[in-house]
Design a protein. Structure first.
Length: 305
């Protein structure tokens, strides 16, 4: 449904996705499975369109100490898939360095098949050097990581096509791009590229992706990044309107929803800036009452901004 924004122009109603980035919950490890299942099914029940997990191996500094609990992303998504029915599922976002591209495509394809067509491929160039060095994963320079990211996107698109022959790249060589069973979604699960780098990341979005994800720092920040994306689309001959514009933000609505109106206002301003989908870490998600308040006080409002 389209709605009228403060500027007078028509903006689309916004979808909400839940990002799970902190797994240090009450009961810790022994209760993680039970808590994750309850949070995921409740998020779906209250109206979240999607559920996302970070693709990290150590907790990141922006959230807490490296020693805090961190689940492997695709194992967690498979578990979430088994405990939900309709929410789409993805990583926010997979680091290109962690997995061989053919294996990554196989993981996403498997998630898509077993979830009944609910997988996303969220991907980026990776950045957290400590976990790479800690677990012995190569961490090449930024330029090479972007080269690998583009080749990975090419490999995934080839594996999701009828072409099952060779792939010969600078960094990856595959003798067969066989992928069976193929994804349920056609032509493939949606590809989301995370990051707001204006020279490389947003250009890759324009060239390969179905969605972008930039930080929802402010309406001005989002508008500026989307203007750059539009310019890349124009230069490449890509329809800008084909790309779903998503933002990543921290959502704090209070334990019982007392800050819900502020959150709705923030989301409304981001929607006016061009964001169509807000994917957010929800403060206090494990207490459950913030989740219930989002369903009661936020989602109906952003569907009717």
């Amino acid at each position: 449904m389209a709605v009228r924004g403060r500027s007078g122009r028509t903006i689309p109603a916004m979808k909400l996705g839940l990002q799970l980035s902190n797994f240090t919950w009450k009961g810790r490890g022994p209760k993680l499975g039970e808590n994750l299942a309850t949070i995921s099914s409740t998020a779906e029940d209250v109206g979240y369109s999607s559920i996302w997990v970070m693709d990290h191996l150590f907790q990141i500094p922006q959230v807490g100490a490296a020693q805090m609990e961190m689940l492997e992303a695709y194992t967690a998504l498979g578990f979430i898939a088994a405990n939900t029915k309709t929410a789409t599922l993805g990583t926010m976002v997979t680091g290109v360095t962690y997995r061989n591209p053919g294996f990554l495509c196989k993981q996403v394809s498997t998630l898509d098949v077993l979830s009944g067509g609910r997988a996303w491929l969220g991907i980026g160039a990776a950045w957290y050097e400590r976990e790479h060095k800690g677990l012995g994963i190569p961490f090449p320079p930024l330029k090479e990581r972007f080269e690998r990211l583009e080749e990975t996107l090419q490999i995934c698109r080839q594996m999701w096509s009828r072409e099952d022959g060779k792939f010969e790249g600078k960094h990856y060589q595959l003798k067969e791009t066989l992928n069976s069973p193929q994804s349920v979604q056609k032509p493939h699960p949606p590809i989301l590229i995370g990051g707001g780098g204006e020279k490389k990341t947003l250009k890759l979005v324009a060239k390969y992706a179905n969605a972008c994800n930039v930080r929802g720092d402010s309406p001005e920040f989002v508008r500026g990044k989307l203007d750059v994306l539009r310019e890349h689309c124009e230069r490449l001959g890509r329809d800008y309107n084909e790309i779903e514009k998503t933002v990543l933000l921290r959502l704090d609505i209070g334990e019982s929803g007392e800050k819900a109106s502020e959150a709705v206002d923030t989301l409304g301003r981001l929607a006016e800036a061009g964001a169509q989908y807000a994917i957010g870490y929800l403060v206090g998600v494990d207490k459950m009452t913030p989740l219930e308040a989002v369903g009661r006080d936020v989602i109906p409002q952003v569907q009717d901004l």
